[in-house]
Design a binder for this molecule. Structure first.
Ligand code: MEV
Length: 438
């Protein structure tokens, strides 16, 4: 097969044929095929193959445990899946500190999710709003069968609005509010919306007061990943003196002031805010991934939430009141503990068992605490020692592996760099010198 030619029917090939095609098409090193085969699961491969299309192997990431998370007086060992070396260590360290200082106090403010049904019609929105009662009946009737189970679990459709789309003529949305109990709810919401669209269009198109403005046309229906009403609030609080173990060479008072300044900068400067929030997502994404949730949905929704004032800002806030240090995080988290990967992927099932099989709200609380722990650790390092000290120490193992260090060299390097600045070139020089000495 010619390089750059169009590949036809790839999905219809079996795994061996796909790999053969890949090897012929790209002519990569033999190692590519060796690795694709090495990382196949000896017994459960069909399980993983079913999760996505065109599966030819598996992609491993570390599954780690961060202990000592005291969340609303309950202790958790939190599973985290992440590739960045310092994240689990930073989360565990911050969790241990807060476990001794009151823990994470977390409150789910609400769990409302949104679905959007878009349509075009030449009439005024006020006329549709005048028909709210009829539209409510249509929504209820069209979705009644699909919502039976969800209603039994305390969820279902909780409200709706009809609104014009900004800057577009004659384009509207039916914004439907949902509660989805322990599921993330994407399929449920999309199913309901699709059931509603035809009867809603039929209603507009057959009602004389409405169809005199012409026919309505359904454009699309989908859940919204913006969930500003599915929000969790996490708080840690202690006296300034209690911050002493974290304040390094600064006094606890100086540390608290520097920490607050660091956070205030992230509230007011978008360049810093993005990096600051990235530190929060180090923790959030790691638990979201471990529990098989949709990290793209969580990220998209929460990043938009960070910009809800019109400027992208920190998701956390710091307050120093007399002798009290208070740190808060507010973040939307649309999570599920049933459906999706939750009862398919064996490691996701493990993660839930390790967490004590929480419901969605409990998982929201744990995930928020993980985000806050990582952010607290990151800002602390930044305003005290600088990030590279701890970061590069933990990265040392990766550098040594990348440079093919032997076990003996690794042991020597760990001892040597205990009080030295770690950098790729410094490790390289160290290895060369130890080789020459040997
Ligand atoms: C690195 O993964 C995360 C940090 O950049 C977060 C921050 O700057 O607050 C350290």
């Amino acid at each position: 097969m010619q390089k750059n030619s169009v590949i036809k029917g790839f999905s219809k090939l079996n795994r061996d044929e796909k790999i053969r095609l890949l090897m012929e098409y790209l002519k990569p090193s033999d190692q590519v095929e060796i690795n694709l085969n090495r990382y196949l699961h000896p017994t459960d491969q069909s399980l993983f193959d079913d999760i996505s299309e065109n599966t030819v192997s598996n992609y491993y990431l570390p599954f780690s445990l961060a202990p000592n998370f005291l969340v609303n007086d309950q202790m958790y060992i939190v599973p985290m899946v992440i590739e960045e070396s310092s994240v689990v260590a930073a989360a565990s360290k911050a969790a241990s500190f807060w476990a001794k200082n009151g823990g994470f106090q977390v409150r789910v403010k609400d769990t409302i999710k949104n679905g959007q049904l878009f349509f075009q019609w030449n009439g005024p929105v006020s006329l549709l709003q005048e028909h709210s009662n009829q539209i409510e009946n249509i929504i209820e009737k069209a979705s009644s069968e699909a919502t039976i189970n969800m209603r039994a679990r305390g969820g279902g459709i909780t409200g709706f609005e009809i609104k014009p789309i900004d800057n577009m003529n004659n384009t509207y949305q039916l914004l439907v509010k949902f509660k989805t109990a322990n599921s993330m709810g994407a399929n449920f919401i999309n199913t309901c919306l699709e059931l509603i669209s035809t009867p809603l269009m039929d209603f507009i198109n057959t009602t004389p007061a409405l169809n005199k403005f012409g026919q309505a046309e359904h454009i699309m229906s989908i859940l919204s990943n913006y969930t500003p009403e599915c929000v969790v609030e996490c708080k840690v609080e202690c006296s300034i003196e209690q911050l002493a173990p974290y304040s390094g060479t600064f006094s606890p008072q100086e540390f608290a002031k520097r920490f607050k300044t660091g956070v205030d900068i992230a509230i007011n400067d978008p360049y810093r805010a993005v990096t600051h929030n990235k530190g929060i997502f180090n923790g959030i994404d790691a638990v979201v991934l471990a529990t098989g949730n949709d990290f793209r949905a969580v990220e998209a929704g929460a990043q938009a939430f960070a910009a809800r004032s019109g400027q992208y800002r920190s998701l956390t806030h710091c307050k120093i009141d007399e002798n009290t240090f208070t740190y808060t995080l507010e973040v939307p988290l649309a999570l599920g503990t049933v459906g999706g990967l939750t009862n398919i992927h064996p490691m996701v099932k493990n993660a839930f068992e390790i967490l004590g099989n929480p419901g969605a709200e409990e998982l929201m609380r744990i995930v928020a605490a993980a985000g806050m722990a990582n952010n607290f650790g990151a800002v602390t390092s930044l305003v005290t020692t600088g990030i590279q000290k701890g970061h590069m120490k933990l990265h040392l193992g990766n550098i040594l592996t990348a440079l093919n260090a032997t076990e003996e060299q690794k042991t020597k390097a760990l001892a040597f760099f205990a009080d030295q600045t770690v950098s790729y070139s410094a490790v390289q020089t160290f290895l060369e010198e130890t080789k020459q000495k040997a």
